[in-house]
Design a protein around this ligand. Structure first.
Ligand code: LIP
Length: 273
């Protein structure tokens, strides 16, 4: 039976909405958590339960599909992207926000076929923010079609950006250098604490560009298709084609703004996933 992206998407959306209830059960925060790589890289049982709910449901319906889940990889699972239909999942993107009860975390689910994102869901259940996109069918926010802004210059752009998410000194220094750049040159900087929501703001047209080093495929796979289906660009921060496993992303409303950032930002090359 030849299944379609629409069918894959509908099953995933139903599972994401169901799993969102696991997050909204903790709207005042989740004070039980474990450390992963350092004291600000954290995980909760809710992260794991959300991932198990979504992967379990998709595996039951589509047993031939492949999966890259943040917490499965963190527990030793493979992070391998093939041409097969592959679900790339961050169960709670912005876990630090979730732990504190800061209402900006999201379930991020991307589907790739032939290594290209063809469907994406970014869902913040606490604020009921649902961002969706399917290849060739546009991008939507709570069922309203959305489009990136028309901003072409950094001096007129609002940039989403992340800081304070790593203890690595090389990453910290690059973040400080890039923070100075955008603070000195852009209209402003906003840090939501969720890569997926930062990218969704660009798709919405509320922000004009986002870039980040050190993120993983599960942070950006859904945001990639969201921004592109909203009319924006999503590339490697040095200007080449986006590589979901390179742990580097730059998305922007316009190619002109993207290229100005490519020419201005301090680059960082984390170890690939
Ligand atoms: C987080 C990302 C954030 C990044 C953090 C972390 P998590 O995802 O959304 O943009 O800066 O390092 O990766 O770990 O909360 O799922």
């Amino acid at each position: 039976m030849c299944e379609t992206v629409d069918e894959y998407f509908e099953v995933a959306l139903s599972l994401v909405k169901k799993a969102g209830n696991l997050i909204t059960a903790h709207t005042s925060g989740c004070k039980t958590f474990q450390q992963k790589s350092c004291d600000i890289d954290l995980v909760t049982e809710v992260d794991k339960n959300v991932e198990d709910t979504i992967i379990g449901g998709l595996k039951a319906k589509f047993p031939a599909h492949k999966f890259i889940g943040e917490e499965t990889v963190s527990s030793g699972g493979k992070c391998e992207l093939t041409d097969d239909p592959t679900w790339i999942i961050d169960p709670v993107d912005g876990t630090m926000n979730f732990i504190h009860g800061f209402p900006h975390s999201s379930i991020s689910v991307g589907l790739t076929i032939n290594k290209e994102a063809v469907a994406g869901i970014v869902y913040n259940p606490v604020l009921q923010q649902l961002f969706t996109a399917k290849k060739g069918q546009g991008a939507y926010y709570n069922d309203r079609q959305i489009h990136v802004s028309t901003i072409k210059e950094l001096g007129k752009a609002l940039i989403t950006f992340e800081a304070g998410t790593s203890r690595d000194t090389e990453k910290r220094d690059a973040v400080f250098e890039n923070f100075k750049l955008v603070v000195n040159k852009a209209h402003g900087v906003r840090c939501l604490g969720s890569a997926a929501l930062n990218m969704a703001m660009v798709a919405l047209g509320g922000a004009d560009a986002n870039f980040e080093f050190g993120i993983h495929a599960w942070d950006i796979a859904a945001g990639d298709i969201l921004v592109r289906e909203a009319g924006g660009v999503c590339i490697d921060p040095a200007g080449g084609k986006l590589d979901l496993l390179a742990r580097r992303v730059l998305c922007a409303a316009t190619p002109e703004l993207a290229q100005e950032l490519v020419a201005s930002i301090a680059q960082l090359y984390p170890e690939r996933d």
